[in-house]
Write a protein that binds this ligand. Structure first.
Ligand SMILES: *Cc1c(COP(=O)(O)O)cnc(C)c1O
Length: 400
């Protein structure tokens, strides 16, 4: 297991603490380290590998498209980009699509679109109300749009125009609406913030506020979209439709592609407003098509619901037995609240037991298994999780 350390990593900028382990192969729900040890992966690249590691459909799409046309230029149309856009429009409430590469880039595009719409329809209004604990990406503007504690002081000055309201508090939103307001932007379920769902009443209230004040509702579905919450898109569970929506993560099943989608009335980009060297390239668009076709295949969403119920039941049982906290989320984006801020220790211990977990906040574990996980895989993960949590609890009791 330590052989990974003999590899020279000193020329990589140290952007985060990483365990002394190198994964060299992935297949389905499992990652394998250099020694060949298997790890059940419930991070899946942060809800990215919706079909698990190295799924056949992505491997085939990459090989086929790579030997046909990898990239032409955004100056020309290509077939995969047009087909993926049509697929997304057919299956959503949106009318047009701009393909990009990362979630942050799609969100930047959403803000540009909203500001342009504000120039055309609202006397230059530009403010986009966002939320505490929100996560929208790591560009300078998206860090300003995000509500992660501390992020407002990291790289000053912030980009102006992102006043922060409180999730599930309609009055806090209403209080921020003024002549400069052009849009409200949120995640249906805050992912990085700790799996905090927007309530049904809140989401519907936001839609009504937008209609009343002539504002755009922007949903960042980079984490909640593409089947993650059990429906193709998170908004479908609220009985409302956004004006603008962004997708990323699961859209490429592990290959970097994202999308900005909008209803016709706010598709206001003119030539020259938006672009990007790799935006809409045929290679990643072909993967997007393969992934999306898998998501809409008969039975796929049904399996997510079944596995979600199984995982939710299992987590609730563990929480009950070990006196832990709330289980929340939807589909296969779930979280378990712990009794103490020991998330990082639990993550380390689980990894040593062969289960990869994420702790977005110290007192919370987040579960993002592949959407095509099997009943046996979910059962195995729950078993390892229970053992790990029991052990951590005993260790804590001894320490106290
Ligand atoms: C991951 C994520 C992003 C950022 O996507 P990147 O591809 O890392 O730029 C934005 N919004 C949400 C909700 C996300 O989960």
């Amino acid at each position: 297991m330590m052989t990974g350390l003999t590899r020279n990593t000193t020329h990589l900028m140290p952007i985060t603490e990483r365990p002394p382990i190198v994964f060299t192969r992935g297949a389905g729900s499992y990652l394998y380290d250099e020694a060949g040890l298997a790890y059940l992966d419930w991070m899946q690249g942060w809800a990215v590998n919706c079909l698990g590691h190295a799924p056949d459909v992505i491997v085939a799409a990459l090989a086929r498209q790579a030997s046909t046309l990898i990239t032409s230029s955004p100056a020309f149309h290509n077939l995969p980009a047009a087909e993926l856009a049509s697929l997304l429009v057919q299956h959503s409430a949106m009318d047009q699509v701009f393909l990009a590469n990362t979630g942050a880039e799609a969100n930047e595009g959403a803000i540009k679109l909203a500001r342009k719409w504000g120039q055309l329809h609202k006397q230059g209004a530009f403010e986009v109300i966002t939320f505490g604990k929100a996560f929208h990406g790591r560009t300078i503007a998206m860090m300003s749009a995000s509500g992660k504690p501390g992020w407002d002081t990291y790289f000053p000055p912030q980009v102006p125009g992102f006043p922060k309201a409180t999730l599930n508090d309609l009055d806090s939103v209403r209080a921020l609406i003024g002549p400069q307001t052009v849009a409200i932007m949120l995640e249906p379920i805050q992912g990085e913030g700790g799996v905090n769902p927007a309530s049904l009443a809140f989401m519907r209230g936001l839609r009504a506020l937008c209609d009343e004040h002539y504002l755009l509702l922007i949903l960042d579905e980079i984490q909640t979209g593409c089947g993650r919450t059990g429906t193709l898109f998170g908004y479908q569970q609220y009985g409302i439709e956004p004006d603008i929506m962004t997708l990323g993560k699961g859209l490429g099943g592990g290959v970097p592609i994202s999308a900005l989608l909008a209803k016709q009335h706010c598709c206001v980009f003119e030539h020259g407003d938006q672009g990007g060297t790799f935006c809409g390239n045929p290679l990643t668009a072909a993967v997007g098509i393969a992934v999306f076709n898998a998501l809409i295949a008969p039975g796929f969403l049904e399996n997510i619901e079944l596995r979600s119920q199984q995982l939710t039941d299992g987590l609730q049982q563990i929480s009950h037995d070990l006196d832990l906290g709330e289980v929340r989320g939807a589909g296969l984006l779930l979280a378990l609240e712990l009794a103490a801020p020991i998330g990082p220790q639990v993550v380390d211990a689980a990894r040593r037991n062969g289960l990869l977990l994420n702790s977005p906040r110290p007192q919370c574990l987040r579960f993002m298994p592949a959407l095509n996980s099997t009943e046996v895989e979910i059962r195995n993960g729950l078993r390892i999780l229970r053992q790990t949590l029991e052990h951590c609890r005993n260790a804590q009791t001894v320490a106290v």
